[in-house]
Design a protein around this ligand. Structure first.
Ligand code: AMP
Length: 459
């Protein structure tokens, strides 16, 4: 498990010996290397492949946008916008913000590119990229974070909410997180929410002095957010606070019931949780969070946002979407050791002299172009050290080149597990590996595809 929270992060460390300053990564950022990087790529592959099956198109929007987009889009009463954005003026004196989330940019792009006119609705897209929030860094909480997310624009059907939720749920399942549970709630439409807001204000008014400073502000600007306050929500009187589900009008209730009915049909495990209100101002109707049993931090969340497109200057367009934090998702997968990441190579080619080296370069190229994972020597190590390096890469086979054999067109192949050796004609190497290795690789791929098809073998 990668626990970044305990690491001391220094911005600049002086290497006294050399007197040269070493530069460390900024606070709240992460280097992806080794297993973390490989698992990350694997997770991205599963996401991409799943999106293809659900027919969601990849979209990439800028990492920085006009500051106003987030103020108007996410809302002035949210922590993200009031406390956490990275804002700066560019050299042309424009107010720029590093995106703290993906939805506002996607919606801006939908409007700016007039997708509502040129595409068949609904438009279904997904993104994957870095976001920036000036938060207090800790475990699962970074300042540069990565999210993958989907946005669907142009359908108000509860079936769409259910597809989006089940997509998030199924990706988790395919990644082996079979204990994923969706916590779901409805914020209803404007009429329902207005009524609920009044009820909340009425209820919390006598407790106003006791609420934290943020909640005092929320009481005025967005009382719904008092419900999920990290500081206050354990207080006794929160238990009897009004429940949003009691305030849904007929239409909103019908929408929510339908979403739940479709989720049952799609066999998504979910729990109705009236405490979920989500941090952003733009949600209405369905809101949800993606949780696993052994993690108290949500992996992701989202919901319906029917007013954002018009708030940003586009035509009235009902939307639904979600975002999942890749940092937390990958951490969770690594901690359970359930990744499907290859941790070996097919062959390591060993040599000592220049003549052998040319053959090594040639062979490595031929094998790689035929689909095998091959490594060789680059730094004039002794043969003994090359054996060690081959073990470091868990090489299945060793290919030993020596000039005498090469003169006769022969190479030695050693099975690194059984230690059996045999000499074969160099020109037959691809056939040899096709016969001996391709089957293994195919079975790895088959495992992967079984996983992809939703095989419940882990359950
Ligand atoms: P949000 O956009 O706040 O709804 O967050 C969606 C998901 O993004 C969360 O459930 C987390 O997995 C992830 N996330 C949000 N903020 C952070 C952060 N500061 N560091 C790492 N992941 C984050």
């Amino acid at each position: 498990m990668f626990d970044f929270s305990n690491r001391k992060i220094y911005c600049i460390i002086t290497d006294r010996k050399k007197g040269i300053k070493m530069i460390s990564k900024p606070k709240g950022t992460v280097d992806l290397t080794d297993k973390l990087a490989r698992t990350w790529k694997y997770v991205e592959e599963v996401i991409d492949s799943c999106m293809e099956k659900y027919n969601y198109n990849y979209i990439r929007t800028p990492i920085f946008e006009s500051t106003e987009l987030f103020h108007r889009g996410i809302g002035d009463s949210t922590d993200i916008v009031t406390k956490e954005t990275y804002d700066f003026k560019d050299r042309g004196d424009r107010s720029i913000t590093l995106r703290p989330e993906g939805t506002a940019g996607v919606v801006r792009s939908y409007i700016e590119n007039k997708m509502y006119g040129t595409h068949n609705l609904p438009v279904k897209v997904y993104y994957n990229g870095t976001m920036y929030r000036y938060e207090r860094p800790g475990k699962g909480r970074y300042r540069e974070l990565s999210q993958y997310g989907v946005e669907v624009m142009g359908s108000s059907d509860p079936m769409m909410d259910a597809e989006v939720i089940s997509l998030a749920y199924n990706i988790n399942k395919m990644l082996g997180l079979t204990d994923t549970v969706v916590h779901i709630n409805s914020l209803g439409d404007k009429e329902s929410r207005d009524k609920y807001r009044e009820a909340l204000k009425e209820y919390f008014k006598p407790h106003l002095d006791d609420l934290c400073d943020d909640c005092k502000e929320r009481f005025v600007k967005n009382p719904l957010r008092i419900i999920d306050c990290k500081v206050d929500s354990n207080k006794d009187y929160f238990k009897d606070a009004p429940n949003i589900l009691d305030y849904l009008n007929v239409e909103s209730k019908e929408h929510f019931d339908k979403v739940c009915e479709y989720l049952d049909l799609l066999e998504v495990k979910y729990e109705i949780d009236p405490k979920i209100v989500r941090g952003l101002d733009y949600y209405n109707h369905t809101v949800f969070e993606l949780c696993t049993l052994n993690n108290n931090l949500a992996l992701g969340g989202g919901g319906r946002y029917n007013n954002l497109v018009s708030m940003l200057g586009g035509p009235k367009t009902p939307c639904v979407g979600y975002a999942v934090g890749l940092d937390r998702l990958v951490d969770e997968i690594i901690s359970r050791d359930i990744d499907n990441v290859r941790d070996d190579i097919d062959a390591f080619i060993m040599y000592v002299n220049e003549d052998e080296k040319k053959n090594a370069i040639y062979l490595a190229n031929e094998l790689r172009m035929s689909g095998f994972v091959v490594e060789t020597e680059y730094t004039k190590r002794s043969l003994k050290s090359q054996f060690k390096r081959a073990d470091y890469f868990n090489s299945k086979y060793l290919i030993l080149l020596n000039s005498d054999d090469l003169n006769e067109g022969l190479i030695t192949i050693k099975n690194n597990k059984t230690k059996e050796e045999e000499k074969i004609m160099m020109e037959y190497i691809i056939y040899y590996f096709d016969e001996h290795i391709s089957d293994d690789n195919l079975s790895i791929e088959a495992d992967f595809h079984n996983h992809e098809e939703g095989c419940d073998c882990d359950e």
